[in-house]
Design a protein. Structure first.
Ligand code: NAD
Length: 483
């Protein structure tokens, strides 16, 4: 059986303790690989390799760093099909999605930061009249830790690793133990691209073991983490007394506000996508739909009709629109929320059941589910489900929409549908979210700041925000003599 090893100092190596864990294919429910169950010793080895590589990598010219990162982007592009097949097998997502979104974006992440680093600049402040000049150096931090989740495995792994490397750091990184395959494959790509040994080290295993070892390592000075809010809070508690720099991209419960004056067809098609893309397992999916009451009944009828047409099936089939959810445990969690919804007085308008797929009877398939709720504060409407489940509720006016949208602990993203410029401006201004999309969804320009407020995280990724995170500013103040 395939063994997914660590990638340390440019080579694939077994975990020091010799133990392995099962990796499942969610589409079939079968184990397809063994994953290195690494521990502190492996993190220590990875750290040592990264620390040794740091002096040279941090002094490597920007042109050379940029050339190597661009080469990694090229190789990801060349290996689009095997990488997409691996991602789909590991995660259960439709192959078409991995081919069109996940892997192209992983390549773009490297290409974007290969260019961005050549444009990154720092400030200078002349203190007029005192013969004093200040300039700010932006220096790489050293060895940094990057920890990624399972929903967009290579996409989010590279979203951290690429800026960290571009800025001159060396990296100890960990993908999710649920979806480790494409990060494993990235090691070979980095070697082929000429990334020097030890610059990127990938340590595989469980979060509370190897992840914890990265977070608490005395000399890994910054942690960029994407994952659940509970894990983020735990990491913050461990890292804060060690004075580590932290970027936390956490959960969401994103509202979708639909005003009666919207472009109806565009809104409807996009809302189906923003609700159920990747089986609803995108942190930016809109999981709470609020519709202005004059449009509510029409929307409810048309939306449910469209959702019922969605094809749930094996990830490889070209007609599949929803594949399997990522794991058995995650399916159980989603089903528990569907059950809770009815207990809380919600009405299941469609979905709610498992789907049995021919030749994939043990796979984790669920129908896309729409739940009408009457209480904005019910748990199903307040807690992140992270699956193919959305709630639906009417609102009366702008103030009511905002009150409902903002009244959750999360603040990652929000979507607004209106053609009225005043409405879109006022609502965008008042939404408590790090990202607001108006008349669009998941429309990403990699230069823009990305991240959430409230329980959705601390810090921003994307563009120069990421390069600022992965560098330490140092002000140099020089007073020069009078002539
Ligand atoms: P998770 O928190 O369980 O795991 C994320 C990563 O952290 C994994 O690699 C895991 O092994 C590791 N980990 C777990 N415990 C750890 C610990 N104690 N110390 C260090 N590392 C640890 O999250 P998940 O279930 O993999 O991902 C789903 C969550 O991620 C959802 O809440 C989703 O909203 C969130 N997410 C957020 C964003 C964003 O940009 N804000 C993007 C994608 C996913």
């Amino acid at each position: 059986m395939l063994q997914l090893q660590n990638y340390i100092n440019g080579s694939y190596t077994d975990p020091e303790n010799g133990t392995w864990i099962d990796v499942f294919n969610p589409a079939t429910g079968k184990v397809y690989a063994k994953l290195a169950r690494s521990g502190e010793e492996d993190v220590a080895k990875a750290y040592a390799a990264a620390a040794k590589a740091f002096p040279t990598w941090s002094e490597t010219t920007l042109q050379e760093r940029s050339r190597i990162l661009s080469k990694i982007a090229d190789l990801i592009e060349e290996q689009l099909i095997p990488l997409a097949e691996a991602e789909s097998q590991d995660n259960g997502k439709p192959l078409s999605l991995a081919l069109s979104v996940d892997i192209p974006r992983a390549s773009s992440n490297f290409r974007f930061f290969a260019h961005a680093i050549t444009q990154f600049a720092s400030e200078a402040h002349e203190s007029i009249g005192t013969q004093t000049m200040n300039f700010t150096l932006r220096q790489p931090i050293g060895v940094v830790g990057c920890i990624a989740p399972w929903n967009l495995p290579l996409y989010l792994f590279t979203w951290k690793v690429a800026p960290a490397l571009a800025a001159g750091n060396t990296v100890v990184a960990k993908p999710s133990e649920i979806t480790p395959l494409t990060a494993y494959m990235l090691g070979k790509i980095c070697t082929e691209a000429g990334l020097p040994e030890g610059v990127l080290n990938i340590v595989q295993g469980l979060g509370n073991e190897v992840g914890e070892a990265i977070v608490t390592h005395a000399h890994i000075k910054a942690i960029s983490f994407t994952g659940g809010t509970k894990t983020g809070a735990h990491i913050a508690r461990s890292a804060a007394p060690m004075f580590k720099k932290l970027s936390l991209e956490l959960g969401g419960k994103n509202p979708n506000l639909i005003f009666a004056d919207c472009d109806y067809e565009k809104m409807l098609a996009t809302t189906v996508r923003s609700s159920f893309a990747n089986q609803g397992q995108i942190c930016l999916c809109s999981s709470r739909i609020y519709v202005q009451e004059t449009l509510y009944e029409q929307f409810k009828k048309d939306f449910v009709h469209r959702v019922q047409q969605l094809v749930v099936g094996p990830p490889k089939a070209s007609e599949t629109q929803l594949g399997a959810v990522v794991s058995e445990a995650h399916r159980d969690k989603i089903e528990a929320y569907i059950k809770l919804a009815t207990e809380e007085g919600g009405t299941i308008l469609c979905g709610g059941e498992r789907v049995t797929v021919d030749d994939h009877e043990e796979g984790y398939y669920l129908q896309p589910t729409v739940i009408e709720v009457t209480d904005n504060q019910c748990r199903v409407n307040q807690e992140e489900i992270f699956g193919p489940v959305v709630t639906l509720m009417p609102f009366t006016d702008e103030a009511d929409a905002l009150q409902k949208a903002n009244n959750v602990p999360y603040g990652l993203s929000a979507t607004v549908w209106t053609q009225h410029v005043d409405t879109m401006m006022r609502v965008s201004h008042q939404l408590e979210a790090g990202i607001v999309w108006v008349n669009t969804w998941l429309n990403r320009d990699l230069r823009t700041p990305f991240g959430g407020t409230k329980d959705s995280g601390v810090g921003r990724e994307g563009g120069f925000e990421a390069l600022r995170f992965f560098t330490e500013p140092k002000n140099v103040c020089i007073q020069y003599g009078k002539s």
